[in-house]
Design a protein. Structure first.
Lengths: 398, 102
């Protein structure tokens, strides 16, 4: 029988990693991710989990240890946040290019300077193009479910890509909520043992990580790009199988009260739950408003997004990151680009806010929706508008 | 896989790439032509050579071949033209000659 328990999201992740029966954990503690490696280290120390916990000296080493472990066919897990992910950066690329199905949970944290340990998506966006499959979680149940699902999808012989699971630092990582924990037998049914046919083996010598001269590098990158895009089939099938076994269903683009909505708000991560409350308030007032929670970030769900916004006139995109000197928030510019070639497309309006742990209340989102509609109707010279910033802002222009 | 081995790097398409670009056969570095990096070529003078094999011993790429008559010759498929053999030769029997001059 599955059980309903109260768990902190970090501990829910650790629970998923334990039930996935990982072979290797290599992680370096960093706020706000600390509770995940702490709990896993405890599980290994007291025998709840039979795995090698490698107490590395940095995040760069954490990912490097995962690369080596994955190369011999071990199920490997790591977790980090903010500056740690930045320090790890070059090895993050290597994991996807060498097609090692490592699972990494990121407790999203703002990047320095000034030093901030609090949530935003600047760390996530800095690894946007690293070739990992990436999803964003809204709540503790999703943190557990996505971590488990990440192993299933990444390790599929047709996929073999690392998977990154994003959860907002503190506002999700440190929050205790009820969630359903499955039976081990259910988990085993969902997640078969890792079978990696290219694992390093002295009996059958192979070379991993050879150089790629100009004569071959482009071909390797196109092969990687095609494979990542194709992985979407397994991403979807993985969620379908997950739903069949555990009864919870996930989608790359989750619509909330979008039926007939002329204005849509698009958010990611834990803020989507706050945004849903605004939609409830506005729907009660008779306003034609709905929400899109973007769960799958890579490979980007073009088809599902276009489908979800096809009847809307206005699409308001909320970013938790600034792309300095660029066309707006990174999510907004991708969404705009995904819709640009559509014959009928909504007017896209971008907002940036909730940086470095700044709260977004229901009232703040109400402002975003109202102001977004106003900008869509009257136009604005600004490429995006910051939310809840003190002082008049202008000059964010092309 | 046998078919892939026969293709040169310039003939492989993106679809020929193994997952993660893993090289699934051992020992195939010998298929890689490193001789096209060379700007200078070692030329042997058999008059001076006493078959001591120092050039063979010092060559970092194992590119020095023992000939049937006991002399040595550089295998130009692999020789990168580093000149270590010429430096190692006690009898100055090896001269590095610009490829352009040959």
């Amino acid at each position: 029988m599955s059980r309903r328990v109260a768990l902190e999201a970090s501990h829910a992740v650790a629970e998923a990693v334990r039930m996935a029966d990982v072979d290797v954990i290599a992680a370096y503690p960093i706020t706000p991710q600390t509770h995940i490696p702490e709990r896993l280290a405890e599980m290994v120390a007291n025998g709840e989990l039979d795995a090698n916990y490698i107490p590395v000296e940095s995040e760069h080493s954490a990912m490097s240890a995962c690369l080596g472990s994955s190369a011999v066919g071990a199920r490997a897990f790591t977790t980090t946040a903010g500056q740690g992910l930045e320090l790890m950066h070059e090895a993050v690329y290597i994991a996807s290019s060498m097609r090692y199905p490592i699972v990494m949970v990121i407790c999203n944290r703002a990047l320095s300077a000034p030093i901030s340990v609090w949530a935003d998506h600047s760390d996530a966006m800095a690894v946007r193009d690293t070739g990992w499959i990436q999803v964003f979680c809204q709540n503790n149940q999703e943190a557990f479910d996505m971590t488990l699902w990440a192993f299933r999808v990444g390790e599929d012989p047709k996929v073999l890509f690392p998977v990154m699971v994003h959860l907002d630092g503190f506002t999700l990582s440190h929050v205790t909520e009820p969630l359903i924990l499955p039976e081990q037998t259910e988990v085993d049914r969902f997640l078969p043992e890792l079978q990696y046919r290219l694992a390093l083996d002295p009996e059958k010598p192979t070379t991993h990580g050879a150089f790629g001269p100009p004569s071959i590098y482009t071909e390797t990158k196109i092969a990687q790009e095609v494979a990542l895009r194709k992985s979407k089939e397994v991403v979807l099938r993985g969620w379908e199988e997950f739903g069949n076994i555990f009864g919870r269903h996930y989608f790359p683009v989750e619509p909330y009260k979008t039926e007939g909505a002329k204005t849509l708000l698009l958010t990611m991560g834990s803020l989507s739950e706050t945004a849903k409350m605004v939609i409830d308030v506005k729907r009660d007032k008779g306003e034609s408003v709905g929400l899109i929670n973007l769960c799958l970030w890579r490979p980007f769900p073009f088809k599902e997004l276009r489908q979800a916004v096809r009847d809307a006139n206005i699409l308001i995109v909320f970013d938790r990151c600034i792309s300095f000197g660029g066309p707006g928030g990174p999510v907004c510019s991708e969404v705009r680009s995904a819709l640009y070639d559509q014959a009928k497309r909504p007017k896209v309006v971008g907002f940036v806010g909730a940086l470095g742990g700044r709260d977004m209340s229901v009232k703040d989102f109400e402002y975003v929706v109202d102001r977004g509609r106003e900008i869509a109707e009257k136009g604005s010279e600004e490429l995006f508008e910051p939310v809840e910033v003190r002082g008049e802002v202008s000059g964010i222009r092309g | 896989m046998g078919e892939k081995k026969l293709k040169t790097a310039y003939e492989l398409t993106w679809e020929d790439m193994e997952v993660g670009n893993v090289i699934t056969e051992a020992g195939n570095a010998s298929l890689h032509r490193t001789g096209d990096w060379r700007t200078e070529r070692p030329v042997m003078d058999k008059e001076k050579c006493n078959k001591c094999a120092l050039c063979w011993l010092y060559c970092p790429d194992g590119a020095m071949k023992l000939l049937e008559d006991g002399y040595y010759e550089s295998d130009l498929f692999y020789c990168k033209g580093c000149g270590i053999c010429a430096k190692a030769c006690r009898r100055e029997a090896i001269t590095m000659v610009e490829e352009e001059e040959i």
